[in-house]
Design a protein around this ligand. Structure first.
Ligand code: HEM
Length: 465
């Protein structure tokens, strides 16, 4: 490899092109990054005006950025541009302040604590099913959004957000959509009174009014509900000071946003993939019958629902809700043989790495079986990273996986979701990866003993798990 002095900046698609042209990146970032990876390999250089960024595609280089050299980076420009939404919450804060908040929040995500959320997750999924009827048409993504918002509200804040769910959901959706626009993130300051900025301001004010209500109700009651909100409310600094309402607002909005749409999208894509893969669906049904036999799942069932887990793992590979990750260099150093200067960006895309044929056979195919026999242990660590990695790894990782598994098991026992023909299902790479027009489905109630329930199970269906 040439010495870094020989290499100044990696070649890339913007060499010689109009550097202010963000068209292809903004219009279809998934196609854009896939093409750049195909054409330039493991490292490419991107230039937007005078902003330079590395686009890296090798798992070992990704590990260097997220883990080994994590302290040399801060979060990327898109997240920073959304600070007016997330404030100094966990996702966007940095340094000692972030570390303190992470330590305060961590107990709410410990395994034992998460275990206590299992019954709430199943209960809310069952409530949703009470509204569902055979033959009805619905938008699976809207249903999943509403469900995961209620679950995060109840488990972390002991707030029944049913009455606010749709409202909050809509505001959050808009914030995510506007916030993911690269052009806006890089060129448009938040104080400029553009129509988009004004709308964002209104939506933030709307969500804030709900969050401040939840916070003040809890403060007034003095009750320790044992949930995340209580932990944050009662947490004390060494000097005895407590969190202000503003800090609490930043953490709650972050957790609502980070914690509901991601899991909803995971489930939505899972329904979409299952509907197109009847063999996988039959195998899933067979496992559910063998393990649950028609009863609702519980925490104890989670480790037994092995194939159900593989289905989620595989959906997260093909449709990672966090489809890309970015960082900014805090100091000069070297990466993949190139000098990185303070202020430069580094971008990586789960979407691209998860579909790289070097790590996955038939990478475009939905094959949950590929995860059996501890297959992940044979992959480079960062060939699969839907939850990121290193110190800024997703705090809600175990929460999300358990929720997705329990909701999938609860719903798939009762209903099949059939795709409405002709409805376009298109991935939209906003801050998260979600279906642009939703996923229209017809609900088909399942009956015990119907075809699919009687697929031979035991050894023949999942002997190799
Ligand atoms: C399938 C669902 C989820 C996915 C794919 C996902 C993905 C991610 C990723 C990739 C990051 C790291 C971002 C970066 O490095 O820049 C992250 C961070 C984070 N996630 Fe998740 N997440 C999910 C669910 C959740 C849930 C359920 C919660 C909370 C209830 C949550 C809360 C957070 C928080 C607070 C952070 C910031 C952590 C920190 O920097 O200390 N996420 N998530």
């Amino acid at each position: 490899m040439p010495r870094s002095a020989d290499k100044k900046f990696p070649p890339g698609p913007s060499d010689g092109a109009k550097r202010w042209s963000l068209g292809p990146l903004n219009n279809n970032p998934l196609a854009y990054f896939s093409k750049v990876a195909r054409e330039y390999g493991d490292v490419a250089g991107l230039r937007i005006l005078n902003f330079r960024s590395f686009f890296i595609n090798h798992p070992d280089t990704i590990e260097e950025v997220l883990v080994t050299n994590a302290r040399r980076y801060s979060k990327g420009r898109v997240l920073r541009a959304n600070r007016h939404v997330f404030g100094e919450g966990l996702l966007t804060s940095e340094g000692d302040f972030w570390l303190r908040q992470r330590r305060l929040a961590q107990p709410a995500f410990h395994r034992a604590r998460i275990a206590s959320y299992a019954s709430t997750m199943v209960e809310y999924a069952q409530r949703m099913l009470e509204r569902w009827h055979d033959g009805e048409e619905r938008d699976a993504h809207q249903e999943m959004m509403r469900l995961t918002l209620q679950i995060v509200g109840k488990t972390l804040f002991d707030a029944d957000v049913e009455r606010d769910a749709q409202d909050v959901g809509k505001s959050l959706e808009l914030l995510l959509e506007v916030g993911a626009n690269f052009r806006r993130a890089i060129f448009v300051p938040n104080w400029l009174p553009t129509p988009a900025n004004l709308r964002v301001k209104r939506e933030i004010a709307h969500i804030e009014s709900i969050l401040y209500r939840i916070i003040s109700e809890r403060r007034a009651s003095g009750r320790d509900a044992g949930d995340l909100l209580s932990m944050l409310l009662h947490a004390q600094d060494e000097d005895g000071s407590r969190m202000t309402d503003r800090q609490l607002r930043d953490e709650t909005i972050t957790l609502f946003l980070a914690g509901h749409e991601t899991t909803a999208s995971t489930l939505s894509w899972t329904w979409w993939l299952l509907a197109q893969n009847p063999v996988v669906e039959a195998r899933l049904h067979a496992e559910l019958l063998a393990v649950l036999g028609g009863r609702a799942p519980s925490l104890e069932d989670v480790p037994k629902l092995v194939y159900t887990g593989h289905v989620i793992t595989e959906a997260l590979r093909l449709y990672p809700p966090a489809w890309g990750t970015a960082r900014l260099a805090l100091e000069d150093h070297e990466l993949a043989g190139y000098p990185v200067k303070k202020g430069m960006g580094v971008a990586m895309a789960q979407w691209v790495v998860h579909r790289d044929p070097r790590w996955y056979d038939a990478p475009e195919e939905f094959r949950p079986e590929r995860w059996q026999d501890d297959a992940s242990k044979r992959l480079p660590r960062f060939a699969y990273f839907p939850f990121g990695g290193g110190p800024r790894q997703c705090i809600g990782n175990a929460f999300a996986l358990m929720e997705a598994q329990l909701v999938l098991a609860t719903v798939a026992q009762k209903f099949r979701l059939r795709l409405v023909p002709g409805h376009p299902v298109v991935p939209l790479a906003s801050i998260t990866l979600r279906p642009r027009h939703g996923i229209r489905v017809v609900l088909e109630a399942r009956r015990h003993g119907e075809k699919g329930d009687t697929v031979p199970i035991a050894k023949s269906a999942f002997a190799d798990d």
